[in-house]
Structures are given as structure tokens and as C-alpha cells.
Design a protein around this ligand. Structure first.
Ligand code: ADP
Length: 319
């Protein structure tokens, strides 16, 4: 293999730049040529492809977002779109591809591999919802962003003795809600992977009020319902003054944490190693602090699982 490509796709996450840098530098270290594809699969179809040098990825390790930009591309879900993508890769003489993104992006990588084009997936998403890795690139940064926001809301919640409902990202996964709720001592955490009883949430709030709690924090993962809706149901049922904050896209931005930079560097470099070893249709990950790789079909066939022991702990610590 002489020439590889790299793209970022789907939702961006902090640390994608560090992963791109690792792919480019590791490839050049091994005397490969490396091409950056802008705007994910949309750029691949359009041939928005250029050669990357060592300097192309200078001064990006600490920046959020992705220097290759990202996009969602419906056309790539069709056979015709995928064929166009492969034609572009061939035109540029690219023989292997690293796709940095979430599970949707992995499905694109799976298709490329099925069509005989060696592709490796690198997990980049703040949701931490990709099987085969304990952590995805961007989760730690987003977690710290959420914690910082909740700390600030807690100050004002205490001053005003209010109940705060905070909606965090996670369309299908509750990791960000669970981890931030545990890290911030939230009274209640609502995640899509666990059933909840509104009555129990309300009686927990009332018990807290009776023992003189100054405020309550309820974290809702967006996949479990709308924060606005929760806020209304709580204020209707309890007459407590309730405020709702939807954190939104601030969770996607910001300079990646040390943990995310290191993870991105390790995973990006590992993806290049796999291509050089002749692997295809693999996804890289970290499990028990060891680099691992798995068959992309197996990864995509597995459901995401949240750590329910942690969920139970969060309930035990917020009685
Ligand atoms: P993420 O990678 O963050 O989960 P999306 O789910 O939006 O983001 O997926 C990103 C892109 O991956 C899509 O816009 C599309 O181009 C590609 N993709 C998603 N699903 C498929 C599929 N089944 N086949 C081919 N490409 C897909």
C-alpha cells in the first residue's frame, strides 16, 4: 500500500483533529502518501480530495471541530453513491481509507469494505455509543463541558432554590447524561436505556425538599425525552419553580481534553497500522486501556449498552 485517505463524517467531536493528525503523521512516518477528503462522504463523491503533508496537520491537535470538515450525505447510502466514491478513490490512486465518525459513518465504511475497498473505522462521537471500545473520541471533552455547565447552573440553582432540568446530548445513548449526572451528584438521571417512573422522580424531589435541600438537578438525555417536557411535568405536579436548560451544541465544541487527544492519537495511528498489515473492515477501539480492533460487521450488529451498575450507583448516591 502506497497511498491512503482519511475523512471525518457525521456529527463532529472534539479530538477528531488529533485523530486526523495521527493518521497523517503515522502514514508519512511509514512512507505512505496520505490524502485528506473534505466533507465526509459528500466530499468523497465530489472528489474534494487533496494531498496532506506533515505541516498540513500542524497546530490542530488542541483544536475542536475537524479541519477536514464533516457532512451528512444521503447519496452515499445508495449503491450509486458508493460506486462514485470508489471511483474517486481509484482516480486519486488511494488504496485504503480511514473513516473517523460515529455509527452512521461506520455503515458507510462497511459498504466500502463490502465493495472491496479496505476501510478502517475510528470512533469519533461525543455519545460514547460505539460497541468495541470503552470510549469514543470526544466523549471525555463533552463530559467535561457538561460538568462545567452543570456546576454553573448549580450555583444559580442554590441561590434561587429552584429545580433545574438539564437536557444533554445522546440520541440513543445515555452515557453523557449518566457520567455527568454521577460526576455532578444529580438527584435524577433519565436515560434511554432505563425505564423511569415519573411518580418516583417527583417523590424523590419532594423528599429532598422536605429535608431542606436548596435545589435539585435532573439530567435528561435527549433520547429519553425533551427537557422542556420534563420541566413542565415536574412543575405541574409539584408547584416547584422549575427551569430547563438545553445544553445543545456547546457540547460538541471546545478544545479536546488530554484524555481525548491521547485516545485520538493512539486510535488514529492504530488505524494506519491496520491498513499496512492488510486489514480491512475493522474498527479500532480501546478496551481495558489496550488498543483493540474488531470486525466492523460485528460492531454494527451489537447494540450499545450503558453501564447499568453505574446507573444504579447514581440512584444509591442520590437518595
Ligand atoms: P454519525 O457517523 O455521527 O453517526 P450519521 O448517522 O449522520 O452520523 O452518518 C454519517 C453519514 O454516514 C451519513 O450522512 C451517510 O453519508 C453515511 N451513512 C450512514 N448510514 C449509511 C449506510 N447505511 N450506508 C452508507 N452510508 C451511510
Amino acid at each position: 500500500m502506497k497511498r491512503i485517505g482519511v475523512l471525518t463524517s457525521g456529527g463532529d467531536s472534539p479530538g477528531m483533529n488529533a485523530a486526523i493528525r495521527a493518521v497523517v503523521r503515522k502514514a508519512i512516518y511509514h512512507d505512505l502518501e496520505v490524502y485528506g477528503i473534505s466533507y465526509g462522504y459528500a466530499g468523497l463523491i465530489a472528489g474534494d480530495i487533496r494531498k496532506m503533508e506533515l505541516g498540513s496537520v500542524g497546530d490542530i491537535i488542541h483544536r475542536g471541530g475537524t479541519m477536514l470538515y464533516t457532512a451528512r450525505c444521503e447519496e452515499f447510502k445508495t449503491l450509486e453513491g458508493q460506486k462514485k466514491g470508489i471511483e474517486q478513490l481509484k482516480k486519486f490512486g488511494i488504496e485504503g481509507l480511514v473513516v473517523i465518525g460515529g455509527d452512521g459513518s461506520y455503515r458507510g465504511a462497511q459498504k466500502l469494505t463490502e465493495h472491496g475497498f479496505p476501510t478502517i473505522g475510528v470512533p469519533g462521537t461525543i455519545d460514547n455509543d460505539i460497541p468495541g471500545t470503552d470510549y469514543t473520541i470526544g466523549f471525555d471533552t463533552a463530559l467535561n463541558t457538561v460538568i462545567d455547565a452543570i456546576d454553573k447552573i448549580r450555583d444559580t440553582a442554590t441561590s434561587h432554590e429552584r429545580t433545574y432540568v438539564i437536557e444533554v446530548m445522546g440520541r440513543h445513548a445515555g452515557d453523557l447524561a449518566l457520567w455527568s449526572g454521577l460526576a455532578d451528584g444529580a438527584e435524577t438521571i433519565v436515560i434511554p436505556e432505563a425505564d423511569y417512573e415519573m411518580n418516583q422522580i417527583i417523590s424523590r424531589l419532594e423528599r429532598g425538599q422536605e429535608r431542606g435541600k436548596k435545589h435539585s438537578i435532573i439530567i435528561v438525555a435527549e433520547g429519553a425525552g425533551s427537557g422542556m417536557d420534563f420541566g413542565k411535568r415536574i412543575s405541574d405536579a409539584t408547584q416547584m419553580e422549575t427551569r430547563v436548560t438545553v445544553l445543545g451544541h456547546i457540547q460538541r465544541g471546545g478544545s479536546p481534553t488530554g484524555a481525548d487527544r491521547v485516545l485520538a492519537s493512539r486510535l488514529g495511528a492504530k488505524a494506519v497500522d491496520l491498513l499496512l498489515e492488510g486489514e480491512a473492515g475493522r474498527t479500532v477501539g480501546i478496551q481495558n486501556n489496550k488498543l483493540v480492533h474488531h470486525d466492523i460487521n460485528e460492531v454494527l450488529a451489537q447494540p450499545h449498552s450503558v453501564d447499568l451498575d453505574m446507573y444504579k450507583l447514581s440512584q444509591e448516591l442520590s437518595i
